[in-house]
Ligand binder design. Structure first.
Ligand code: UDP
Length: 236
């Protein structure tokens, strides 16, 4: 059976199903960084990231967070509710790293208590710029109260993930979430949660078990992801 591809992103492909309310999301082996300027293919990355996404989304389901997941099909694809992706990247930071250090001069490793929640516009042609609430208001992306709801959900997700990772001796420095709107207008968590979208440090150090290994060329990416899976007891 030929599947109709609806969309291809940097790390995933989305296909239509017989049910107009559902899509199939396929995890590619491609890795990109710096707004697509750095690009490579890593054998097995799609399978590994899907295993992490399954692990984290199931954890969030146990915390009553609603996500787009319908079912897991095989080791590289899942079935999800079709949503309209809200064009915002929601980033939560517990410790300074990455763009906040480059842009604002924060020292890497500075702790943010309470955690910081930021919004970026999902627009590659503009380089995914950071937005303040007022920008979002004038862009008519979502309503003010929906933005507050997203922020609160992102901070609840942060609490659940941070505490969980901490119990395994891993520090969640920061991560990115995407939300989607269902046909009924409900906002739910979409996309993925994996070492591609989070910064994980071995507790007490800033040793990365995430995409910084690739961004900063600090070693073998897949070995680092597999090391993290092993710590968490995720069977690959
Ligand atoms: N992130 C992501 N996709 C993006 C941009 C960022 O998943 O397009 C994640 C990134 O992996 C990190 C967090 O969001 O865990 C914060 O990223 P940051 O703003 O520091 O940007 P970066 O250093 O990735 O350029």
């Amino acid at each position: 059976m030929m599947l109709t591809m609806l969309y291809e992103g940097k790390a995933k492909k989305v296909f239509a199903t017989n049910n107009p309310q559902e899509v199939i999301i396929y995890f590619k082996d491609d890795a990109t960084a710096f707004n697509g300027e750095k690009k490579d293919v890593f054998f097995d990355k799609g399978r590994v990231n899907l295993a992490f996404t399954r692990y984290f989304f199931e954890l969030l389901h146990s915390h009553n967070i609603k996500t787009h997941i319908v079912s897991f099909i095989d080791d590289v694809s899942l079935k999800a509710q079709k949503v309209n992706i809200i064009p915002l990247e929601v980033v939560v930071r517990n410790y300074a790293a990455g763009s906040i250090c480059r842009r604002l001069g924060f020292q890497k490793g500075l702790e943010f208590t309470p955690p910081l929640c930021e919004f970026y516009l999902k627009d590659d042609s503009l380089g995914d710029p950071i937005l303040c609430r007022e920008h979002i208001r004038y862009m008519n992306i979502i309503e003010e109260k929906e933005l507050t709801e997203i922020e609160q959900t992102a901070l609840s997700i942060n609490k659940a993930l941070f505490e969980h990772m901490d119990s395994f001796g891993v520090t969640l420095a920061d991560f990115k979430l995407e939300f989607g709107k269902t046909t009924e207008g409900e906002i739910i968590l979409a996309d993925e949660i994996s070492p591609d979208t989070c910064r994980f440090w071995i507790k007490g150090t800033m040793e990365s078990l995430d995409k910084d290994v690739y961004r900063e060329e600090k070693g073998d990416l897949i070995s680092s992801y597999k090391k993290l899976a092993n710590i968490l007891g995720i069977k690959l």
